[in-house]
Design a protein around this ligand. Structure first.
Ligand code: ZN
Length: 91
């Protein structure tokens, strides 16, 4: 019978084979969902996902791409936004 906290959805089941050849269920914390683009809602690449306690130990430069709107917009939407901004200024 799983403990109450293991039924919250925060944990995922992992089936582990013990040295005595018995399958037991272990509960490990599940990772959060992927970061999505603010415009087109596609999953962002170059943005790792893990629990906040683990992410706190990752350097800030490794958490998102080092460019304007990195970690917020995908590269395609960023390119389009910058183009629109420049073309808006020209007029
Ligand atoms: Zn996008």
């Amino acid at each position: 019978m799983p403990a109450g906290r293991e039924k919250s959805g925060r944990f995922r089941k992992v089936f582990v084979k013990t040295p005595g050849s018995r399958n037991v269920v272990h509960y490990r914390e599940s990772k959060p969902s992927k970061t999505i683009c603010g415009t087109c809602k596609k999953p962002l690449s170059g943005v790792p996902r893990d629990r906040p306690a683990v992410m706190a130990k990752v350097p800030k430069t490794a958490r998102r791409p080092e460019r304007p709107y990195g970690g917020v917009l995908c590269s395609k939407c960023t390119r389009q936004l910058l183009k629109d901004q420049v073309r808006g200024e020209a007029q």
